[in-house]
Design a protein around this ligand. Structure first.
Ligand SMILES: [Fe+2]
Length: 637
C-alpha cells in the first residue's frame, strides 16, 4: 500500500484546529472572567466555572435550559389569511390562548377586552381567527380601518397564566403583523419642566412622541425607547401621542410642581408584589398581577402624584436572563395601563436576583451568587435595563477601601438601583440592601459576596452626602428613606434583614476577607445618619416582611439583644418604620421581637399606604386594595 503523507495539509489542518480551539476558549474566557472581589470560584482547563461548597463538593456553573422565557411568548406571531398565527417554538406547550381587541382610545387605562371564544394551543401553535372579532365584536372598527392591536393571554394545560402579550396588525384578511408597542409607554423621571417616556417596540424602529405640538423622535432605530421631553411648565397636564407606523396611542401626564410649592399631594407606597397564592392572576408567571393592578387602580382613584414600589416585584432568583425578563415583562404589563399616565418608581429587592447557579451532577447541592460579568450580567444591570430610574446614585463599591483592584470592575453598578428623587417638598431616597447579593449566604465565607440586608461602604457614604444635601435644601421638608429590608423585621425575616436574630456577625466578604462592620453596626450607622444627624427624615419605607406594620423607632425603642457587646447608639428623636410588604406575596404572621411593644397596626391583609402631604403636615392612611377598607392611620407629629 502506497501511503502518501501530505505534511503541508496536515500542518494547515492542525493550525486551523488549534486556532479555532484558541478562539473558542478565548470567547469562553472573555465571558467568564472571575471578579476579583469573589474568592473560591475557579475555572477548569476547559473554561468552566466551578466552586467548592463548604463540604468541599465541586459545583459547576449551570444554567438550566428552559422555554419559560420572554422570547417564547413575545414577537412570535405572523399574519395569515384568517388572522394571526402564533408559533411559541415549544412543542411541549399545550393549553389555551385567550385574545381580544385593545381599544386604545375609549378609556384612560386601556386593557384587552377578551373574547369568550378561545383558541387552543397545540404543540406550541395557535391561530387567532379574526372571524370571531368581526361584526358585534369589532369594537375598535378594525374591519374598516384595517389596523389594530390584540391582547393575548397564554394559559398552560394546567390552568396557569404564563403571559399577557400584545400584537398589532394591519389588513382585514390577509393580515400582517406590524410593529407593536409590547411594553409601555411609561412615565418616568418626572420633573417640573420635563419627563422621560419609555417603551419597548417589537421591531427596531424610530417612533415619535408629540407633546404640545412638538415632535420628539428616537435618534436611531431601537427596540428600547427612552424619549426625553423638555421645556414644559410645572404642575400642568399634557396630553401626548405615541406614534408607531400607522398606529398611535394617546395619554396624559402632569408635570411636577416647583420644588417647595408646599401644595397638598398624595403618594402611594407598597412592595412585594411577586407571585402569591390563590391561582389566576395572583401568580402571573412570577408576579401578582391581580393585586398590583388593584393597588394601581385605587392609587389612580386617589389621584396620587406617584407610586413607590420597593422590591420583590417578581419571583426572580433565575439563572436564565430570558426567564428574568419574562417575569419583569409580566410585572410591567400589570402596571402599564396606569403607568401610561403617572409615575411608578420600582426599586430592587432580593427577588430581583439574577443568579449564577452552581450545582453538582446529582443536583444535591446548589450555591447561588450575583451573576457576572458585573457590567453586563449582574442583577443590578438587568434591573436597570428594564426600568428607567434616576442616575444620581453612587458608582459602585469599586474604589472603596476593600477594592482588590482599583483599575478594574470588581463590583456591580449602583446606577438606577440607588438613587433619590424629589416631588415638591418631599425627597425619596431609594437604597439597595440586596446589592452584590449572594443568596447562598452560608457559603459567603467560602466564596464572597454580600448578605441580604447590608448597605455597603460606598452606598453608606452616598447616604451621608445625600442627607447633608437635602438637609440644606430649603425646598425639602420631609425625607423618606425606602429600602427593601426592614431595620426591624417582625416575622420570617427576624433571622436576616438587618437583625439576624440579634447577631452582628453577618457581613460581606470581599476578596477572601470579611469587612469590619457587622450588619447591626451598619444598621446603627444608618440610623445615626437618618435620626441623629438629619432632622428631616420622617419614615423608613420597607418591605420584605409580607405584612403591613408600623414601628416607632425612637429613644425608648429596644433595638439590641440582651448580650450585645459592640458599641450602642442612642437615638435622639422618633421616626417610623412603615413596613408594607403586603402587595401580594405570600403572607407572614407577626413574631415576638424586642421592639414588638413599639409596633402597631399589624395586618396580613393586602395593603397600600397613602401619604398626604400639605406643607409641614403629614398623614398616612392604609387601605386594603382588594376591599377598599381603611386598615390603619397615622398623623405624623
Ligand atoms: Fe424580599
Amino acid at each position: 500500500m502506497n501511503i502518501k503523507i501530505d505534511f503541508k495539509r496536515i500542518t494547515l489542518s492542525l493550525a486551523i484546529v488549534l486556532f479555532s480551539i484558541a478562539v473558542q476558549s478565548q470567547v469562553k474566557n472573555e465571558k467568564t472572567v472571575i471578579p476579583k472581589a469573589l474568592h473560591g470560584i475557579q475555572m477548569d482547563n476547559e473554561g468552566n466555572l466551578f466552586t467548592l461548597n463548604k463540604d468541599g463538593v465541586k459545583l459547576y456553573d449551570t444554567e438550566n435550559p428552559t422555554k419559560n422565557v420572554l422570547a417564547t411568548f413575545e414577537s412570535v406571531a405572523t399574519g395569515v389569511k384568517e388572522g394571526i398565527q402564533f408559533d411559541f417554538g415549544d412543542k411541549d406547550l399545550n393549553g389555551t390562548l385567550v385574545y381580544g381587541l385593545i381599544h386604545y382610545s375609549d378609556s384612560k387605562y386601556p386593557l384587552p377586552v377578551y373574547r369568550s371564544k378561545k383558541s387552543k394551543i397545540v404543540n406550541g401553535q395557535a391561530l387567532v381567527n379574526f372571524r370571531y372579532l368581526k361584526g358585534n365584536y369589532d369594537m375598535t372598527g378594525w374591519e374598516d380601518s384595517k389596523k389594530g392591536t390584540i391582547g393575548y393571554r397564554v394559559i398552560s394545560a394546567n390552568g396557569s397564566i404564563l403571559f399577557d402579550g400584545k400584537v398589532s396588525f394591519s389588513g382585514n384578511g390577509p393580515f400582517q403583523v406590524v410593529n407593536t408597542i409590547v411594553s409601555g409607554p411609561f412615565i418616568n423621571l418626572l420633573q417640573p419642566d420635563g419627563v422621560t417616556i419609555s417603551y419597548v417596540s417589537s421591531e427596531k424602529s424610530i417612533c415619535s412622541i408629540k407633546v404640545n405640538n412638538k415632535i420628539y423622535k428616537d435618534s436611531k432605530a431601537t427596540k428600547a425607547h427612552e424619549i426625553k421631553i423638555d421645556g414644559l411648565h410645572p404642575e400642568t397636564k399634557y396630553s401626548y401621542t405615541l406614534k408607531y407606523g400607522d398606529l398611535e396611542q394617546q395619554y396624559t401626564f402632569k408635570t411636577n410642581p416647583l420644588p417647595g410649592s408646599r401644595k397638598e399631594f398624595v403618594f402611594a407606597y407598597t412592595s412585594d408584589s411577586r407571585g402569591g397564592a390563590g391561582g389566576g392572576e395572583r401568580d402571573l408567571n412570577g408576579t401578582n398581577a391581580y393585586m398590583i393592578k388593584k393597588i394601581m387602580a385605587v392609587s389612580a382613584q386617589k389621584n396620587i402624584a406617584f407610586v413607590q414600589v420597593t422590591g420583590d416585584v417578581i419571583g426572580g432568583y433565575k439563572a436564565s436572563k430570558g426567564e428574568m425578563l419574562l417575569q419583569y415583562r409580566n410585572y410591567n404589563t400589570a402596571i402599564e395601563p396606569f403607568a401610561h399616565s403617572f409615575q411608578i418608581i420600582t426599586q430592587m429587592g432580593n427577588h430581583e436576583a439574577y443568579i449564577k447557579s452552581f450545582r453538582d451532577k446529582e443536583r444535591k447541592y446548589h450555591v447561588r451568587t450575583d451573576n457576572f460579568p458585573y457590567s453586563t450580567n449582574s442583577s443590578e444591570v438587568l434591573f436597570a435595563s428594564v426600568f428607567t430610574n434616576p442616575h444620581n446614585g453612587p458608582v459602585s463599591e469599586d474604589q472603596s477601601k476593600y477594592d482588590p483592584d482599583r483599575s478594574g470592575v470588581d463590583f456591580p453598578p449602583y446606577d438606577e438601583n440607588v438613587f433619590y428623587y424629589t416631588y415638591d417638598n418631599v425627597a425619596m431616597i431609594n437604597l439597595n440592601s440586596d446589592y452584590w447579593y449572594t443568596p447562598s449566604m452560608r457559603n459567603i465565607p467560602n466564596m464572597g459576596g454580600n448578605v441580604h440586608g447590608y448597605v455597603m461602604d460606598n452606598q453608606l457614604k452616598w447616604v451621608k452626602k445625600t442627607l447633608e444635601t437635602l438637609e440644606k435644601d430649603k425646598n425639602i421638608d420631609h425625607i423618606f428613606v425606602t429600602i427593601h429590608t426592614p431595620f426591624f423585621p417582625n416575622s420570617a425575616h427576624i433571622q436576616d434583614d438587618m437583625w439576624y436574630s440579634g447577631n452582628n456577625m453577618p457581613r460581606p466578604w470581599i476578596s477572601g476577607k470579611q469587612v469590619d462592620k457587622g450588619v447591626i453596626e451598619r444598621r446603627d450607622q444608618l440610623l445615626d445618619l437618618m435620626i441623629n444627624k438629619s432632622s428631616k427624615v420622617v419614615a423608613l419605607l420597607t418591605g420584605d416582611e409580607h405584612n403591613y406594620c408600623k414601628t416607632e423607632i425612637g429613644p425608648k425603642t429596644i433595638i439590641y439583644p440582651e448580650d450585645y457587646s459592640p458599641k450602642k447608639i442612642q437615638l435622639k428623636r422618633t421616626i417610623y418604620q412603615i413596613n408594607n410588604g403586603a402587595a401580594g406575596a405570600p403572607y407572614y404572621a407577626q413574631k415576638d421581637v424586642p421592639w414588638t411593644p413599639f409596633t402597631t397596626g399589624f395586618t396580613t391583609q393586602n395593603a397600600v399606604c397613602f401619604f398626604t402631604i400639605k406643607g409641614n403636615s403629614l398623614k398616612m392612611t392604609v387601605v386594603n386594595p382588594d376591599t377598599l377598607e381603611e386598615i390603619d392611620q397615622l398623623i405624623f407629629e
